[in-house]
Design a protein around this ligand. Structure first.
Ligand code: MG
Length: 455
């Protein structure tokens, strides 16, 4: 079983917290100084639209500059845009963002020179510099300089466009809901340049997120669905606050479950490629079904996009052909483009999928195998013990211990994993039938209760 060394500041997606409580300008400055010390050179800094972004960004930059780094401030842009810009051309990057969290949150995501998020080992080193070492300030002749670089985002827009043929979206109407977040200037622009007629909902950048929460839930996407129906659009697409995820509504305004979105885009990729699809153990079987049907296979990783990205890179490094990666929450990764979740790229892939006009999105979703999921959480401090006891109890059956314990029983599975941030275990169950999902869910919840109750 995989042991994770506990991180003190960073979660799976960087440092995050309520501004003024866990996340302060002082902390941002110290992260900047620590990052500057680890990855000295030219650092690209960006942010999402949150009201605290400017203050935290200025503090982060101060830390980098005091450490002697050159700072390129790319301004407001999607996280994948900053990752694309950094990849291979700069020493590192940092984005001030809290992704899908409510407006009062903010955080920092650190980007490595290869464009991926910083991994566990390196993050522990960074944390130690932040928490246990005094901040280093270079002598005055070595102080860094900062440059405004809002033009950098165009590199990303052109990078996404380079994967599609010109005019692929001609004749198609699409509606984009960036939720007033960082995707507001990229995705509509990219889809327009693909030839689509583009309408927007919540298209103004606004860190108060007046239209909906940064998390794109079915509830919050009602105005998007209405706009799609009223304008005969082919689909609607919405992003979270930093636009690394994309979720869709079909031409009828129905929310497309994110695992189905993953499966449909995978199906399209499989038209001319076969290989490995990398995804966390929590992803629906619908993705594995589509992969298998198309002569491809699924490789499972721990939950967290960074594990998916790193696993894709290492598989490719050993000569495997990896055709796609992603999470079942609309965070999809395209290896020819870059090794991180990319919301605008996913929106463009949907244009390509529907470009032939042969099928509408709702009918494509309707052709996919149907699965039923159940999710629960149990407050406990015995997470690791529960996982170990379950692995022992079900050792006669097929289990995976990539992250927590996953019991695989034909076309059903159950995953039990301790939360990385809270004292609880998460239980996820999936089955082909409602009854199957209910009964396996009951069985697992009872088994966890028994283990909890035992001395
Ligand atoms: Mg995000």
């Amino acid at each position: 079983m995989r042991e994770k060394k506990a991180k003190r500041l960073f979660g799976t997606n960087g440092v995050r917290g309520v501004v003024g409580r866990e996340m302060t300008p002082l902390l941002a400055m110290r992260i900047g100084a620590a990052l500057g010390r680890m990855r000295k050179g030219r650092i690209v800094v960006g942010r999402d639209t949150r009201t605290s972004g400017e203050a935290l960004g200025a503090a982060l930059k101060a830390g980098l500059l005091a450490g002697g780094c050159t700072v390129l401030d790319a301004g407001i842009l999607p996280t994948p845009a900053l990752q694309y810009i950094v990849k291979g051309r700069h020493s590192a990057g940092a984005v001030i963002t809290a992704s899908h969290n409510p407006p009062e949150y903010n955080g920092v995501k650190v980007i490595e020179p290869d464009g991926t998020e910083m991994g566990d080992e390196e993050t522990l080193v960074l944390e130690e510099l932040v928490l246990d070492h005094p901040m280093e300030v270079v002598p005055w002749p070595e102080m860094g300089r900062a440059y405004r670089a809002p033009y950098l985002v165009e590199e990303y827009v052109e990078g996404v466009l380079s994967h599609f043929s010109q005019g692929v979206g001609e004749g198609m109407t699409v509606v984009v809901d960036p939720g007033s977040g960082a995707g507001a200037h990229c995705t509509p622009e990219i889809l327009r340049r693909l030839g689509c007629r583009v309408l927007t909902v919540n298209g103004q950048m606004d860190g108060r997120f007046p239209g909906r929460q940064p998390e794109p839930s079915a509830e919050g996407l009602r105005p998007l669905a209405d706009m799609v129906r009223a304008n005969d659009a082919s689909f609607g697409v919405a992003h979270d606050g930093d636009a690394d995820r994309a979720v869709f509504v079909d031409e009828k305004g129905n929310y497309v479950e994110e695992n189905c979105e993953f499966a449909l885009i995978l199906q399209m990729i499989c038209r001319d490629r076969r290989g490995i699809v990398v995804t966390p153990v929590s992803t629906s079987l619908v993705v594995e079904d589509v992969a298998r049907k198309n002569g491809s296979e699924v490789k499972y990783t721990p939950v967290g996009s960074i594990y998916v990205a790193r696993s894709m890179i290492s598989l490719i490094g050993t000569g495997s052909k990896v055709i796609m990666g992603g999470e079942g929450n609309g965070g999809l990764i395209y290896p020819e483009h870059q090794f991180c979740r990319d919301g605008a790229m996913t929106a463009a892939m949907m244009v390509q999928l529907l470009a032939s006009g042969e099928s509408e999105l709702s009918s494509l979703v309707g052709e996919l195998p149907v699965y039923h999921m159940r999710k629960g959480k149990i407050p406990t401090r015995k997470g690791e013990r529960i996982v170990q006891s379950l692995a022992a109890a079900y050792s006669e059956e097929q289990i995976l211990t990539v992250d927590g314990v996953k019991l695989i029983r034909g076309r059903s599975w159950a995953l039990v994993r301790p939360s990385g941030t809270e004292p609880l275990v998460r239980v996820t169950v999936e089955s082909e039938t409602e009854e199957g999902a209910d009964s396996l869910f009951r069985e697992i919840m009872q088994a966890v209760d028994r283990i909890q109750g035992s001395p």
